[in-house]
Design a protein around this ligand. Structure first.
Ligand code: HEC
Ligand SMILES: [Cu+2]
Length: 505
């Protein structure tokens, strides 16, 4: 950090004369040191410096003095393509104008009112625009030539060097049997044994990122969701303690954003995020040992602001690591379930138009500026189960029979939640999700901390419709964090009976 500030300060001294920067003399020069701070917001989409690549936006190394829209391998919008054909070149002043409103700028610059800009992010403050332009000028084109892997900053700004981690190591895994897990859509869990029948295995899992439109409520509100395998939440993974997970993450070239995966069940490298960051057209394979039994969340964790942005666009889910000998009660006696319901609670921050209706967008990332603004209010527009209001009600209600034991696995990658089963209980609850700990008994409502998953086991004793919800009733009833369980069977009068109903006697 200190190194980079010093570097910037030096660069200001060298470049503020206009030398190499191409800035016009009349134009008020920005302060590159201050601009470095502004650039934190650009990092969500742009890389800069040695080893930088195109990501959501083009590589900005050497952008000052570079022809507009000129980077090979980046699919520019029509405006920058036109400017490129006209031979236009970026200088600090042009960049500062572009940042005010890319679309308006490129339309007036090219004189083409139908010109499109793929960058929708705006910087309102003029001084910040000038400062960040000055910061960009400190990165010369020569930096692009150096073949170094840059330090990646992901969520929590933890620095991570890919070099530290072994790649293509010679650890011999040939003694392990390999199985491929067939992933299924929530609220289902993949086929699995509760008690492992053999020695630890390597469980292969294939995740493909899909950026796609999804309707999230009954009013037809649509977002460009970011998904693992086209689903919000991503599919549940189930393994046993001691197994290896061999996960392939594919980011098809048709996507526009970079993605990765941080699994809270994994050890090291930011839960795997540091080794799985893939640009569109790339693929990464991660093998890790599941050493801790429990239910854990996984989520995408790209650079900076992109982490909450991707997580609140749907990129999260659960991996369950069962003890090899299955679940146990508080006395260590084995317990099991007949069914598993996989429930992931999701907060969305859909921006609104001035008239109060929800905005809609055409491409992934287009909502970035607006969405982040809404995120900063810490007030979600939607709090839903499994990706949309009503995902598990009506025709999609969950089903069980009297006498059946169900394991509810419930996660929230971002906010706290408090699951409750109206008319039932948590017979055995692993609130923090750690199966190595004794479960709590007979809870009315349990607490699942943001950034974790919990599990509750319940045997249905009475038929009827149960509501399984987040017992913040505003979030459940007004926002949508609720599911129904329709239970079939014989009513047990010993447990409950209506003794009288009618006029006051
Ligand atoms: C949400 C993603 C996003 C953010 C945030 C963002 N940009 Fe961009 N930027 C893009 C995209 C996409 C393009 C390509 C635009 C096009 O093709 O029309 C782009 C293009 C550019 C270009 C033109 C580069 C060229 O090769 O012609 C500059 C300069 C630029 N951005 C600067 C910035 C700066 C500085 C910031 C931060 C203040 C920033 N951008 C923030 C996505 C973003
Ligand atoms: Cu992502």
């Amino acid at each position: 950090m200190i190194k980079s500030i010093v570097r910037s300060a030096l660069a200001v001294a060298i470049f503020s004369s206009g030398f190499l920067s191409g800035g016009s003399i009349a134009y008020a020069q920005g302060d590159a040191v201050k601009g470095e701070k502004v650039f934190k917001r650009c990092r969500a989409c742009h890389q800069i410096g040695p080893g930088a690549k195109n990501s959501v936006g083009p590589n900005l190394t050497g952008v000052v003095g570079r022809a507009m829209g000129s980077l090979e391998g980046f699919a520019y919008g029509s405006g920058l393509m036109r400017a490129n054909a006209d031979g236009a070149v970026w200088d600090e002043e042009k960049i500062a104008e572009w940042l005010k409103d890319p679309k308006a700028y490129i339309q007036s610059f090219t004189g083409d009112s139908s010109a499109k800009a793929k960058m929708t992010f705006k910087v309102r403050n003029e001084e910040q625009r000038r400062n960040v332009a000055a910061y960009l000028a400190t990165f010369a084109t020569a930096d692009m030539m150096k073949d170094e892997t840059p330090d990646r900053m992901t969520h929590g700004d933890a620095p991570f060097e890919t070099k530290m981690a072994a790649r293509g190591s010679d650890y011999d895994t040939s003694k392990y049997v390999r199985v491929r897990q067939e992933l299924v859509m929530p609220p289902n869990a993949p086929k699995h044994e509760q008690v492992a029948s053999g020695p630890p295995k390597i469980v292969e899992v294939a995740f493909e990122v899909e950026e796609k439109k999804m309707v999230i409520d009954g009013d037809g509100t649509e977002i460009i969701a970011l998904t693992f395998n086209g689903s919000v939440p991503g599919p549940m993974i189930v393994v046993h303690e001691g197994d290896y997970v061999d996960l392939t993450l594919t980011n098809p070239a048709s996507n526009v954003m970079e993605h990765n995966i941080d699994l809270h069940a994994a050890t090291g490298a930011l839960g795997g995020a540091g080794l799985t960051t893939v640009l569109p057209g790339e693929q990464a394979q991660l093998r890790f040992k599941a050493t801790k039994p429990g239910v854990f969340i996984y989520h995408c964790a790209p650079e900076g602001t992109m982490t909450p942005y991707h997580v609140t666009h749907g990129m999260n889910g659960v991996i369950m690591v069962l003890p090899r000998d299955g679940l146990k009660d508080e006395k260590g006696e084995p317990i099991s379930y007949d069914k598993l319901f996989y429930v992931v609670e999701q907060d969305f921050y859909v921006p609104k138009n001035d008239d109060g209706t929800f905005k809609s967008y055409e491409t992934a990332g287009e909502d970035f500026g607006d969405w982040v603004e809404q995120m900063h209010t810490l007030t979600p527009s939607h709090v839903v189960f499994n990706g949309r209001v009503g995902s598990m009600t009506g025709p999609d209600a969950l089903k069980a029979d009297v006498g059946e034991t169900v394991l509810f696995v419930h996660s929230q990658a971002n906010r706290d939640t408090r699951p409750h089963l109206i008319g039932g209980h948590g017979d055995y609850v692993w609130e923090e999700g750690a199966f190595g700990n004794a479960p709590m008994r007979d809870l009315e409502t349990w607490f699942v901390r943001g950034g974790s998953a919990g599990a509750a086991l319940y045997t249905f004793r009475q038929p009827g419709v149960y509501v399984y919800l987040n017992h913040n009733l505003i979030e459940a009833v007004e926002f949508g964090a609720a599911a129904h369980v329709v239970v079939d069977g014989e009513w047990d009068k010993k447990l409950m009976e209506q003794v009288y109903h009618g006029p006051i006697r």
